[in-house]
Design a protein around this ligand. Sequence first.
Ligand code: PLP
Ligand SMILES: N[C@@H](CCOP(=O)(O)O)C(=O)O
Length: 419
Amino acid sequence: MQLHCIDCDSRYSISDFKYACSCGGLLEIEQDFKFLDSEYLKRKFEQRLSDRMTPYASGVWRYKELIFPELEDRFLITKNEGNTGLYDIERVNQYVGIKKIWLKSQSENPSGSFKDNGMVVAVSHGKSLGLDKFTCTSTGNTSSSLAMYSSLTNSQSYVFVPDKNISLNKVLQTISYGAKVIAFEGTYDQGIDFLEKYSGELGLYICNSINPFRIEGQKSIIYEIAQYLRWELPDWIVVPGGALSNVSALGKGLGDLYELGFINRLPRVAVVQAEGASPFHQMISKNKNELQPELQPKTVASALNIGNPPSWKKARNTLNATNGITVSVTDDEILNAKAVIDQSGIGCEPASASTVAGLKKLCESGQIHRDETAVCILTGNLLKDTEVLRQYHLECTENSLFANPLIKSKLNIESIKHL
Ligand SMILES: Cc1ncc(COP(=O)(O)O)c(C=O)c1O
Ligand SMILES: N[C@@H](CCOP(=O)(O)O)C(=O)O
């Protein structure tokens, strides 16, 4: 394993761990798979899936050889993250108008979002360096996950959250797990700039996705999907795009599976951004080479309120490798897709529903054919953002697909019979 700069190709030893290259470029972890036996590994991954009593039953550590082979077992922490459901729901297929969709429900993770897959690896790495002060800036999911794993390992997390436009539920979850929470005026983007400048001075280990160990952990999401589907991936993988960690990890994970011969065809990747926070989609659709940050990102999908996604170059590499595409969706499209996912019994937070909304749009425009198949990655739990639920269901905006007002009734058998 070594660190590799995606901009200037410099390489560093893992023991000289840092978040950015001296040229300022993002770093990725370069794995050496030369001596791995794919058939042997496949059997091992199957065995671990059925052995619930070891840390390797985790949907992340099951793939340790591909993620962090050097980590000594004594530093490996786990809360049985991953192992999330993959659901095929006819109602959602019909809503989108496509042959088959699987919903990968990352909301079933221990802190309720896909962040756990990456966070467990970042915190394990930090602990292996002897550190116990962790930090992140966050719209709430990264922070909840970090706070959970920090407390699990008797460490302290220091979390920076924007003081507006994020979900209170997530902040409360973060506080409850024991984080010290600093609410600042600004957005996620300013929080990242601050930590990049001052985390060293503050003695804090950054657990945002600029940390390449986070990305290594998040690769497990696509490994797990591939394993559940017997190493036959669908035509499309659809992900929401905010800081663009998920799509970066997805691309890296797909590259690994292909290199190891686990899959013999790469699916195409579609990144969906919310219209009010879509700098990556703007760049790709206008064929530009540089990302123009969105200074005031604003969407109801608060997890996507990111205007200057740090991982945009890694995300662009994923699109290049998979002949991928991007699309943006409105807040109403997100909320209506979310209502369908919720009422199908799976449920998710608004950012996650952007995938189904985006897939629908891409099918309607003919960019994705109705006979194709797709996995939509549902990144966070339905209860992560109850304020949005309150507005959608109880205030019933005119664009709500399922206006579902609370039924007020006396506890009287005659009134209830007529409901
Ligand atoms: C629930 C949820 N979905 C999607 C995203 C966007 O993912 P990424 O930042 O990896 O693009 C985030 C946060 O980043 C999130 O919390
Ligand atoms: N939505 C995210 C923001 C992105 O965070 P990162 O961990 O990828 O840097 C959050 O939950 O904070």
